[in-house]
Write a protein that binds this ligand. Structure first.
Ligand SMILES: C[S@@+](CC[C@H](N)C(=O)[O-])C[C@H]1O[C@@H](n2cnc3c(N)ncnc32)[C@H](O)[C@@H]1O
Length: 349
C-alpha cells in the first residue's frame, strides 16, 4: 500500500489523551466482542498511533493474542510495537485502500479515533473488508460533531460549526472529503449493508469534571488546554472573519479557565461494534433501517449509553439527530455545521 502525504499526529498529543480515551471507551462493547472470540487471537489495530487502543483492549481479551499494528507513521508504529505488552507485528502503509486480503485471518479488527478522518468510500471499503473476512469490528471514539463547554459562550457554537467544517476537509484544497461528524453514521450503515449487526454507544470525553459530573477538576487542564488550542486554531482557519470574532481573546480566556479548573469540556464520540453475519447465512443484506423517524441517527443502529446493562441489548434507544439534540435546553449545544446538519447518511454524498 502506498503512503499518502498527510498530517502527522504527535506522540505527545496521543499520550496526553490516552487516559481520557481509556475512560471514555465502551467497556461493555469490549465485553460483548470478547464473547465472540475463541482460540489464539489475531487483532488488527488500524491507525494504531502509539498503541493506546491495544493497551486498553488487550487486558479485556483472552490470551494468547497477536496484534497487527497498522499505521502510515513509522515512528508511531515503533512506539506502539515496543509498548503494548503483547506480541505484535507492524504494517506501515495507507489504510484508505485496505482490502480483505490485508485482514485475512483477523479475529478482530479495531481502531480508535480514526473513522472520522476517512471518506465515505474508505469507510465502505473498510466495512466490506471486515465483513468479508468474517471478523467483528470494534471502532471506538469517532467524533460526532458535538462539543459542549461550560460555562457556555456564544462563540462556542460558531467555532464548533467551523471545526466540523474542518473535519469534513474544510477549505483544504485536497479534493478529499472526510466524513468527520457523519463517519460513525456512515460506518453503521455500511456494516449493516454488508449484513453485520451494529451497536453504537455514546463515549464522550468529560473533561474538567469528576466522575459524578459535579465539581471542576484542574487535573484535566493540560489536556483541555491542548485540545482547545487545536480546536480554536482549526476552527479559526475556516473563518475568514476570525480576527473580528475575537478568537485569540476567546482562546486566552478559555485557557485561563482551564488552568483554574473552571472549565468543563464534553467532546461527544461514539463506539461502534459490528458483528458479522454468521458464516453460512446469506451474507450481504440490504436491510431497511429499523426506524422511519428521520431524526433517529446511526442508520437504525442501536445507540445506548455506554454502560447499558446486558438486559438492554436488543432494546433500541432512539438517538435524536443533531437538529433535535441542538435544541437549547439550558444553553445551546454545539453540533455539526448548518451546512450539513444531519448526522444521518441516507444517500451517498
Ligand atoms: C487520531 S490518531 C489515533 C491514534 C490511536 N488509534 C489512538 O487512539 O491513540 C490517528 C492515527 O491514524 C493514523 N492514520 C491516519 N490516516 C491513516 C491512513 N490513511 N493510513 C494509515 N494510518 C493512518 C495516524 O498516523 C494516527 O496514528
Amino acid at each position: 500500500m502506498a503512503i499518502a502525504k498527510a498530517p502527522r499526529y504527535s506522540s505527545t498529543w496521543l499520550e496526553l489523551r490516552e487516559a481520557a480515551d481509556a475512560q471514555a471507551r465502551a467497556a461493555g462493547l469490549a465485553q460483548q466482542v470478547q464473547r465472540h472470540l475463541t482460540g489464539p487471537l489475531v487483532v488488527h489495530d488500524l491507525g494504531c498511533g502509539t498503541g493506546s487502543m491495544a493497551r486498553w483492549l488487550s487486558p479485556r481479551l483472552p490470551d494468547p493474542q497477536h496484534w497487527v499494528l497498522h499505521d502510515r507513521d513509522a515512528d508511531l508504529l515503533e512506539i506502539a510495537a515496543d509498548s503494548i505488552g503483547s506480541p505484535a507485528e507492524t504494517r506501515l502503509g495507507d489504510l484508505t485502500a485496505i482490502t480483505a486480503a490485508d485482514l485475512a485471518g483477523a479475529s478482530l479488527v479495531t481502531c480508535s479515533a480514526l473513522l472520522d478522518i476517512l471518506t465515505y468510500d474508505e469507510i465502505d471499503r473498510l466495512a466490506r473488508a471486515c465483513t468479508s473476512t468474517g471478523s467483528p469490528a470494534l471502532f471506538t471514539l469517532t467524533v460526532i460533531g458535538r462539543v459542549d463547554l461550560a460555562p457556555w459562550e456564544p462563540l462556542d457554537n460558531v467555532l464548533c460549526d467551523a471545526f466540523n467544517d474542518h473535519l469534513r476537509g474544510g477549505s483544504r484544497a485536497t479534493g478529499r472529503r472526510p466524513l468527520g461528524p457523519a463517519a460513525a453514521d456512515a460506518a453503521a450503515e455500511a456494516f449493516r449493508r454488508y449484513g453485520a449487526t451494529v451497536q453504537v454507544r455514546e463515549t464522550p470525553w468529560r473533561l474538567g469534571a469528576d466522575r459524578a459530573g459535579q465539581a471542576g477538576c484542574a487535573g484535566d487542564a493540560e489536556l483541555i488546554a491542548e485540545w482547545l488550542r487545536g480546536f480554536v486554531s482549526a476552527a479559526a482557519a475556516q473563518l475568514p472573519d476570525s480576527a473580528d470574532l475575537g478568537t485569540d481573546a476567546y482562546l486566552e480566556r478559555r485557557l485561563a479557565q482551564a488552568l483554574a479548573g473552571d472549565l468543563r469540556v464534553t467532546v461527544e464520540h461514539v463506539d461502534l461494534l459490528a458483528l458479522p453475519a454468521p458464516r453460512g447465512s446469506h451474507g450481504v443484506s440490504f436491510g431497511t433501517p429499523r426506524f422511519d423517524d428521520p431524526s433517529i441517527s446511526f442508520g437504525g443502529a442501536q445507540l445506548m449509553p455506554k454502560d447499558a446493562p446486558p438486559m438492554m441489548a436488543g432494546m433500541a434507544i432512539p438517538f435524536r439527530s443533531d437538529k433535535a439534540a441542538r435544541e437549547p435546553k439550558k444553553k445551546p449545544m454545539c453540533a455539526s455545521g448548518s451546512r450539513n446538519s444531519s448526522t444521518t447518511i441516507r444517500h451517498r454524498p
